[in-house]
Design a protein around this ligand. Structure first.
Ligand code: NAP
Length: 298
């Protein structure tokens, strides 16, 4: 690939929009499509072309990059007559960068295989700010022969690429492990803050006491302060998508023999994120899982 590589970015939400902007800034030709067109339109000022359908975005593109909410959304924009797959050239590469889990990655891989296009499983670690700064960590799995063709795209959106396998699915598995850690930290923090309140201990004092020591993760300060203030409007990662990821982790555990009895925490984790979502906080930041620790479940 050279400077004239054309990338179709499908999905310009919190992550996809800054990724598309960074791709355009790095000199690649960028087309974007988003279901709600108004979220794609500001990217015209960054040099991207706004497409009318996934197929319009994908026609003639060297790379089609999907960054959508979940596996169902990806499947729907890629399939069908106006879907991107039908319009992709035979030599194009599909970079699937949304977090969709193991089973959906298998389904998407087989859609790509049926159509005869190359597929790279490439979810990311990092949130709104790293996406804006082009500082994501890309986890990638796919044939070695595709690595060079992926490099200009990954370089534009990421600070690091970790190739974790040659079979699609390996990167999505890695991403689930990272998400198990991230979601657990947030839930543990939430329950510890709720517990402090119950005991009449000031949760701000708790955060202050761990700050700077071996127990004081920067992440605890970042997510703990909004939990204490009950202010979740600054969304880096929505609670509804965090609940989707807690479900994906739990699904993966259910699929492993005996794992549910050995790793019981992840079922509770899934239930807490689902409950905060059901309480109506899906559009808030994932730290709003704290609502589940404040209100008794049924
Ligand atoms: P977001 O801001 O909620 O954007 C979701 C995107 O999916 C939007 O473009 C939305 O379109 C689209 N979409 C949802 N359902 C659709 C459907 N049925 N058909 C077509 N388009 C649909 O989410 P995000 O934070 O950018 O996350 C995107 C992906 O990256 C997710 O898989 C997420 O888990 C993953 N991720 C997120 C973060 C993070 O910190 N935010 C970090 C790493 C990975 P509309 O605009 O029309 O709703």
């Amino acid at each position: 690939m050279n400077e004239q590589t054309t990338v179709a970015v499908i999905g310009t939400g919190i992550m996809g929009a800054p990724m598309a902007a960074n791709l355009a800034s790095s000199g690649l030709d960028v087309r974007v499509w988003n279901r709600s067109r108004e979220k794609a339109e500001p990217l015209a000022d960054r040099g991207a072309d706004i497409a009318d359908s996934p197929a319009d975005a994908a026609a003639g593109a060297d790379v089609v990059l999907t960054m959508l909410a979940d596996g169902g959304a990806v499947e729907s924009v890629m399939s069908g007559e106006r879907g991107a797959l039908a319009a992709m050239g035979d030599d194009a590469v599909w970079l699937q960068m949304s977090t969709v889990g193991i089973d959906a990655t298998e389904r998407l891989l087989s859609l790509a295989a049926q159509r005869g296009v190359a597929f790279v499983d490439a979810p990311v670690l990092g949130t709104r700010k790293p996406a804006e700064q082009g500082e994501l960590m890309v986890l990638a799995a796919g044939p070695e022969a595709l690595r060079e063709r992926c490099a200009p795209v990954f370089d534009a959106v990421g600070r690091e690429v970790r190739w974790v396998g040659v079979q699609a699915g390996a990167a999505s598995r890695f991403k689930l492990v990272l998400n198990a850690w991230l979601l657990s930290l947030t839930e543990t923090l939430s329950e510890t803050i709720a517990f402090a309140r119950e005991l009449g201990v000031d949760p701000a004092e708790f955060l202050d006491a761990i700050d700077g020591g071996p127990l004081g993760l920067g992440y605890a300060q970042l997510k703990g302060k909004p939990m204490i203030a009950l202010a979740f409007d600054e969304v880096a990662f929505s609670l509804s998508l965090a609940a989707k990821d807690a479900r994906l982790v739990h699904d993966a555990i259910e699929a492993i023999e005996d794992a549910e009895s050995r790793l019981p925490f992840f079922a509770a984790l899934d239930a807490q994120y689902a409950r905060a979502d059901e309480l109506g906080h899906g559009h808030e930041d994932m730290a709003a899982v704290h609502h589940a620790a404040r209100f008794a479940g049924s």
